[in-house]
Write a protein that binds this ligand. Structure first.
Ligand code: ADP
Ligand code: MG
Length: 245
């Protein structure tokens, strides 16, 4: 799939008295990476999940290249979207190769195993060495590489990532951030990257949306938002993170 544009329109979702999303509007141009940042509980995961229909909103629509996501069944939709859930989401009782081949197999590709091995190579894991390993026998950084390989194995045009590098030590994190940039350069895809790390957002994304209590407080290109927080709340957030302009 070529890299689609994404439009999130008037998206609202309540859980009891909590407005997890409150009228969110965001557009992502084809091939761009949007970082969703904000404090814990601000609605980042809920917004990400509204794109692949893990959450059904009370109001609002998500369009992929103009087409509402409700046009697909949730299962068919998810097979077209690469997804790295928080904590990686690898199935512990499946080998690395079987984990990575999951979506190509669901799509009925006869070369699912070959694709899985190619995806492992693309994330810097030798398939000869790692295919038959178990997720628990690997380091945190290696497991997150496997999670990336699994998201990319079917060559999706859109990839969603929920704090994918959050739990890693500083060195593994720097390595996998470099890998993410290389992967995007090698084969463009549209990406939504949830992160609580503003430095990571500035480094990896083209655009940034700062969430606050289920709303978008500030949205723009990284260069623009970084130079002009344009909101006392965002300014304070940047100051606390040591990234104030
Ligand atoms: P973030 O990813 O930014 O930490 P979330 O999107 O997970 O935030 O959550 C936004 C708000 O919605 C939080 O107050 C959270 O407690 C609430 N929430 C999220 N999912 C559920 C759920 N399944 N049931 C009840 N409340 C939820
Ligand atoms: Mg979250």
């Amino acid at each position: 799939m070529s890299a689609p544009s994404i439009s999130i329109e008037a998206m609202s979702k309540r859980y009891g008295t909590i407005a997890a999303l409150d009228g969110v509007e965001v557009h992502i141009d084809s091939g761009r990476c949007l970082a969703l940042v904000g404090e814990s509980g601000s609605g980042k995961t809920t917004l990400l999940h509204s794109v692949n229909r893990l959450v059904s909103p009370d109001r609002g629509t998500v369009r992929i290249d103009g087409r509402p996501v409700d046009d697909w069944s949730p299962e068919a939709l998810r097979r077209t979207i690469g997804y790295v859930p928080q904590h990686g989401g690898l199935l512990p009782h499946w080998t690395v190769e079987r984990n990575v081949a999951l979506v190509p197999r669901l799509l009925g590709y006869s070369d699912a195993t070959r694709r899985a091995r190619a995806a492992l190579g693309a994330v810097g894991l030798d398939p000869g060495e790692f295919s038959q390993r178990w997720p628990r026998s690997m380091s945190g950084g290696q497991r997150q590489r496997v999670a990336l390989a699994r998201a990319l194995a079917a060559d999706p045009g859109l990839v969603l990532l929920d704090e994918p590098f959050g739990a890693l030590d500083a060195l593994s994190r720097a390595d996998i951030q470099r890998l993410f940039l290389d992967l995007r350069e090698a084969r463009p895809f549209t990406a939504v990257l949830v992160t609580h790390d503003l430095r990571e957002a500035f480094h990896l994304a083209d655009d940034i949306a700062v969430m606050r209590d289920g709303r978008i407080e500030r949205h723009g290109s990284v260069a623009d938002v970084r130079a002009r927080p344009d909101s006392p709340y965002v300014e304070a957030l940047f100051e606390r993170a040591g990234v104030a302009p």
